[in-house]
Design a protein around this ligand. Sequence first.
Ligand code: NDP
Ligand code: 8X3
Length: 251
Amino acid sequence: MNQKTAFITGATSGIGKATAEIFAKNNIQLILCGRRGERLSELKTELSKLTKVTTLQFDVRDKEAIYNAVKSLPKEFQKIDILINNAGNAHGLSSIQDGSMDDWDAMIDINVKGLLYVSKAILPQMVKRNDGFVVNIGSIAGKEVYPNGNVYCASKHAVNALNKAMRIDLNKHNIRVSAIHPGAVETEFSEVRFKGDIEKAKNVYKGFKALQAVDIAEIIHFVVTRPSHVNIEDLIVYPTAQASATILNKE
Ligand code: NDP
Ligand code: 8X3
């Protein structure tokens, strides 16, 4: 089988990092992206033992940086088969009237516009080849709205819509587009949401067994390794203790 190359945004932590690890074990060549350079270098050192790895350090909000990064790829990484649009976070958890406009900007700029910018930089080569795979990491927050989730939920509803839009527009170009919508996954997500308040972040995952990043990564690997005529459109994945965005069976 031809070796595939995957471009993973948000590879420095959580779901993106776990996906990089599983892809590496399965001989998928990796382009790992994120802002934290030190973490990218560490991951490159570790995963280069298993597969070919290169890293790109950029902020998904910076269009020019994305284009320059993609242009700078070494020749053997220039053909991108799989794009994992994973970079994103929640910033804050406040009622709509109390929300911080900086947090709103961050979520819309990163989760929505960042995903669009990265896709725009990579899709043309897939269209030209008539081949490619895009996996968009949405959220249960893109299917439901929960108290104080307002703008994060709106950003993930946008990802849900863009996932459908991409599949429709790219269908004639033989490009597969899938979305995975996790419930609670124990990553650095809540640390970011609560601006480094570790205790508050830990509390989110207390009293039940949350999903781990590897659980989602295994599913992403399953999705991208289906035969070429199979496209899994949309998956919601919960921990067993969770039944909806707000119903969680905690001890
Ligand atoms: P983490 O905080 O562990 O990882 C987030 C990743 O996104 C990091 O690698 C971070 O890298 C990257 N990132 C954030 N902002 C930017 C930016 N401006 N530019 C480039 N990269 C950025 O969280 P998760 O792994 O949980 O989150 C991954 C995805 O999963 C997100 O889209 C999130 O919304 C989604 N999700 C998470 C759930 C959860 O419960 N954890 C549930 C449902 C969906 P760096 O800081 O180095 O740039
Ligand atoms: C992350 C899951 O429910 O915290 O997207 O928004 S939730």
